[in-house]
Write a protein that binds this ligand. Structure first.
Ligand code: G
Ligand code: G
Ligand code: MN
Ligand code: NA
Length: 253
């Protein structure tokens, strides 16, 4: 209950901020997007990670106002970078309750409008498990997002109760292969086979494939050899502040 109160206070006091993890293209090795990841700077100055507060936000419904704040911050930042001449797509995670809420599509549309942001600069990440229970409704929501012009990706691909019919029914542009696969590419033969099959399948479907969690040069060259589109992992960068993104990636453009 204490954490819930703190969370409510924290939302009212704007204690949340976003860090951005670069996605690096395998071939060109340039930045092609960033994923927004939320952090909470509490009253005491401690920085909390999403694992410490997203589950409770989800249970209590506070994810709705928090999710709105996150979307606002991401769109505001995307607009700043667009205006600075360094446009970059920002991916935002949607939580299950947010995705199921009645006015999510309207909220996203209104936010894009408020920031006068090109919808192509926003990507929404959904997970397989959050869409499962209400398949028809989920497809409907995803189609509405597509009509708005925002991009859609499936996050943590391979870990949910995935059915391949998703790939047939959902109007998505990208698969993000869960990092549990990437971690074991070189230690487990089955994982390696599954990973290369996911990449090949995604490519046949004309989807972009982002590999999450690559930490070693060996993993990066494997992913490059297997024609993965891009990589989001500590090998290239941890999540960074906007200033760090600018200094590391935009300065000599
Ligand atoms: O940044 P970190 O690795 O600690 O993130 C851990 C998890 O928290 C990620 O798997 C991610 O899905 C989730 N997460 C991070 N930022 C957000 C956010 O803005 N909204 C939601 N719903 N989940 C997030
Ligand atoms: O939404 P998702 O669960 O995909 O969030 C990505 C999470 O993965 C973030 O919390 C990010 O900090 C974490 N992450 C990104 N790259 C790496 C990596 O190379 N290694 C590890 N251990 N975690 C990573
Ligand atoms: Mn994600
Ligand atoms: Na993931």
């Amino acid at each position: 209950l204490k954490l819930e109160q703190e969370l409510k206070q924290g939302i009212a006091n704007d204690e949340f901020f976003l860090v951005y993890q670069p996605q690096i293209s395998c071939v060109q090795r340039n930045i092609v997007g960033v994923e927004a990841l939320v952090r909470w700077k509490t009253q005491s100055g401690t920085i909390k990670n999403p694992g410490d507060f997203i589950p409770l936000s989800e249970e209590t419904g506070l994810i709705i106002p928090l999710g709105e704040a996150i979307l606002d911050m991401a769109c505001s930042q995307a607009k700043k970078w667009e205006q600075a001449g360094t446009p970059i797509q920002i991916s935002v995670n949607l939580s299950p309750k947010q995705f199921q809420s009645d006015d999510i599509v309207d909220y996203v549309a209104a936010t894009l409008h408020r920031y006068n942001l090109s919808p192509t600069l926003l990507e929404l990440e959904v997970t397989e498990s959050m869409t499962m229970d209400h398949m028809d409704r989920s497809i409907d929501i995803l189609n509405k997002f597509r009509d708005l012009g925002v991009s859609l990706s499936i996050d943590d691909f391979g870990t949910g109760h995935s059915s391949l019919s998703y790939l047939k029914e959902f109007p998505i542009q990208r698969l993000k292969i869960d990092r549990s696969f990437i971690k074991d590419i070189h230690s487990d033969a089955k994982t390696e086979k599954i990973t290369s099959a996911i990449i090949a399948m995604g490519r046949h479907l004309n989807l972009s494939i982002t590999a999450e969690g690559a930490e070693t040069a060996e993993q990066v060259s494997y992913l490059e050899d297997h024609h993965c589109s891009d990589i989001q992992g500590f090998y290239f960068s941890k999540p960074l502040s906007p200033e760090e993104i600018e200094a590391n990636y935009f300065m000599n453009k």
